[in-house]
Design a protein around this ligand. Structure first.
Ligand code: ZN
Length: 272
């Protein structure tokens, strides 16, 4: 199945996570400067998934899902994305659009504290600028290897989609690590394959996984994009198989239906 679509300058060390806020112009984020980091990141040892707390169910996210597509292109991919809300904080994941429907919902929950992007393909970015403009204090996060895609219409596949889309939205970058974002403990698990910077988000205290387009219900996402190749799909498959999560963990992704972790391990042909 073809994939369906798609800053500050301080170094902050929080609970093992390095949030390196980067410049936002294309020169700062050139593919050539990212390549050595890609090699280093993909060779990281597997870090065991941090455990879910047994006393945190009261804090679990409420998850609202939206669908998006690019109305300016006949070939645009449809996508699914999420808004995670809780008393501790709210997170917008992969803003595929930020229209009245999404804006009204976000307003109803008091705004979002963070935007988290699993990877830099265009179907995950269409609503990013509008979301950041509307939520003035929000911080948007993406893996350092995904940030260059925001400025490169070929890499983010918008050229393929016929829209040639880039964004100057200011994003902060992360590497594989564990940290707290919007009041929620989160493990950022880098699964290079679908794209160089593809990362899944595991919120152990919310028993919730955001699989992006990497860990989807039926397969590990395609890697046949600029900057990737199908051979590189074997690495994220092997890495994810070494991790374990609670069987009832909720898992959401960028295109198909959500499942529990137990259901995923039966329905995903790459993992079963
Ligand atoms: Zn994707």
């Amino acid at each position: 199945m073809r994939d369906t679509r798609r800053t500050a300058s301080t170094l902050v060390l929080i609970g093992g996570l390095t949030l390196a806020a980067c410049g936002t112009n294309a020169a700062d984020s050139s593919p050539s400067s990212a390549s050595p980091r890609a090699a280093a990141a993909s060779s990281l040892p597997v870090t065991p998934a941090i455990s879910a707390s047994s006393t945190n169910q009261h804090a679990a996210f409420t998850v609202k899902e939206f669908d998006s597509f690019d109305s300016t292109s006949d070939s645009g991919w449809t996508a699914t994305f999420q808004v995670l809300s809780s008393p501790a904080g709210n997170i917008l994941v992969n803003p595929g659009k930020y229209d009245r429907e999404v804006a009204d919902f976000v307003k109803s929950i008091g705004g979002v504290d963070a935007i988290m992007i699993t990877h830099g393909l265009c179907d995950k970015l269409r609503g990013l600028a509008a979301a950041m403009k509307t939520n003035a204090k929000v911080v948007a996060y993406i893996h350092q290897l995904g940030q260059p895609y925001l400025h490169d219409p070929k890499r983010n596949c918008s050229v393929e989609e016929g829209t040639s889309r880039t964004t100057d939205a200011k994003t902060s970058t992360f590497e594989e690590s564990t940290t707290t974002i919007a009041g929620h403990r989160v493990q950022l698990i880098h699964l290079h394959g679908h794209t160089e910077g593809s990362t899944i988000f595991w919120f152990p205290d919310d028993n919730t996984m955001i699989g992006g387009d990497t860990v989807m219900s039926t397969q590990i996402g395609s890697a046949s994009h600029p900057g990737g190749n199908e051979a590189s799909r074997t690495a994220p498959i092997a890495k994810f198989k070494k991790l374990t999560f609670p069987s009832d963990a909720r898992r959401y992704n960028g295109h198909d239906a959500s499942t529990t972790y137990a259901e995923l391990m039966k329905s995903n042909s790459d993992l079963a």
